[in-house]
Design a protein around this ligand. Structure first.
Ligand code: NAP
Ligand code: HSE
Length: 428
């Protein structure tokens, strides 16, 4: 016997909230076949009813009171799409404690307090789902938790932020200015309320923390992730990358190694023929390495109104189906290991280093000896541009420990022959 009609409350009617409202309207006639019940949006929490009254068919569903939603026994599922830590945390916690399941797209909150909230959901026999929190419309949380559950996953690598991928694509393919590309990404609804989270790599850092926790069964929070953003990437770096047959992408990666979990986000020079090199615009992609499945790649739109609403509504449908069937979904996050986090200084990579140096005999030998004395071997040197009286030098190193490269750069920066170390970008 199915429950009659599932009622949903939305918290927030911004980019994603509007998409969720539209998808619910579009799917109305299919609900019964898909869910064996109907599903309707009963309330929407906004800050200003006047601002949103033309966006919904019935403005009476708009409210500025979360308490009204919390105390409404007819509401089964609360969908949090406001973003940020507070009041999102308090609202989600209260909803779970009141016996309502919660669906959220909030990676800030899940990457920091997801474990605690999942525990509260379990204690209250309700569900907390967050597919949309990672890689927008791409299904990745569910596949990791179910389809790939029988694998020992050793590595996740991907492009997890639509805004920065859009910016880098525009800078690379159209020579667009960084600021103009960021403005476009914001206008298209891809950027966070404060785009610092996107461009400094924090957003991708939160997403890789969530994925690493699920994949490695060990708690990884945003504080464990080393992050570097794209704000220092220039047209010059992009042009050198092209010369080297590479493109620059903001890469998020997590490796489960015998020495601990490496988890980081930073720009990287990727070979042009690598699958991630052709992931452009707001598209995201995630590679997963499992011992049984080997390589799998997930690809799709990582941000934006409708792709993100697709992921949110997938979760809403899953919860609704279970409520209709009077069955209980799993809310466990299966964290049963405690693997240490490896310091970034102990991770390895090749590096692209661009610097301005004095243009005189012996400079290259001095620089090479500084690298050599710090266990860094050089793979390639490019010297083609002059900057006033100085020469511009690009060095590609072999794979070395990060602490060796950082030691070498410190010495180079204080060396009399080096004017400036302009960029250091990791090379895949
Ligand atoms: P948004 O466009 O800024 O929308 C947020 C909405 O929440 C706004 O309408 C805002 O109201 C409302 N809001 C904020 N605080 C509120 C409060 N205390 N009470 C009532 N309403 C409140 O953001 P968004 O892009 O939709 O993102 C929402 C969430 O989804 C975030 O967690 C974000 O990280 C995540 N997400 C976004 C995307 C994307 O592509 N945009 C993709 C995946 C995940 P006002 O209109 O009054 O400001
Ligand atoms: N600001 C995020 C991005 C939204 O650009 O990827 C999707 O999580």
């Amino acid at each position: 016997m199915s429950k009659e009609g599932i009622n949903v409350a939305l918290l927030g009617l911004g980019t994603v909230g509007s998409g969720v409202y539209k998808v619910t309207q579009r799917q109305k006639s299919e609900m019964m076949q898909k869910l064996n019940t109907t599903l309707q949006i009963r309330s929407i929490l906004v800050r200003n009813i006047e601002k949103h009254k033309d966006e919904v068919d019935d403005p009476a569903i708009l409210t500025t009171s979360f308490e009204d939603i919390l105390e409404d026994p007819q509401i089964d599922i609360v969908v949090e799409l406001m973003g940020g830590m507070e009041p999102a945390y308090t609202y989600i916690r209260s909803a779970l404690e009141a016996g309502k399941s919660v669906v959220t797209a909030n990676k800030d909150l899940i990457a920091d307090r997801g474990g605690e909230l999942l525990q509260i959901a379990e204690e209250n026999h309700v569900e907390l789902r967050f597919e949309a929190a990672v890689a927008g419309g791409i299904p990745i949380i569910s596949p990791l938790k179910s389809s790939l559950a029988a694998n020992e996953i050793s590595k996740i690598m991907g492009i997890l932020n639509g805004t920065t991928n859009y910016i880098l694509t525009k800078m690379t393919n159209e020579g667009m200015d960084y600021a103009d590309a960021l403005d476009e990404a914001t206008a298209l609804g891809y950027a966070e309320a404060d785009p610092t989270a996107d461009v400094e790599g924090y957003d991708a850092g939160r997403k890789i923390a969530i994925l690493a926790t699920i994949a490695f069964h060990s708690r990884v929070t945003f504080r464990d992730v080393y992050t570097e953003g794209i704000t220092r990437i220039t047209a010059k770096d992009i042009s050198y990358a092209k010369t080297l047959g590479r493109v620059i992408k903001l890469i998020a990666m997590a490796n489960n190694t015998p020495e601990g979990i490496e988890v980081k986000v930073h720009p990287m020079l990727i070979p042009e023929d690598h699958a991630l090199a052709s992931v452009n615009g707001s598209y995201n992609a995630v590679y997963v390495d499992g011992d049984a499945v080997e390589d799998v790649m997930f690809y799709g739109k990582g941000a934006g109104e409708m792709p993100t609403a697709s992921a949110v509504m997938g979760d809403v449908f899953s919860v609704a189906r279970r409520i209709a069937e009077h069955s209980q979904g799993s809310t466990r996050d299966n964290v049963y290991r405690s693997i240490p986090i490896k310091k970034v200084e102990n991770t390895r990579s090749s590096y692209f280093i661009r610097m301005e140096v004095e243009d005189k005999p012996g400079v290259l030998a001095t620089i090479a000896s500084i690298f050599g004395n710090n266990s860094v071997s050089i793979e390639q040197v490019i010297q083609k541009n002059k900057i006033e009286k100085n020469a511009e030098l690009v060095i590609i190193t072999s794979s070395v420990k990060e602490r060796h490269i950082k030691d070498a750069l410190l010495i180079l920066e204080s060396s009399s022959v080096v004017r400036k170390v302009a960029t250091m970008i990791r090379v895949y």
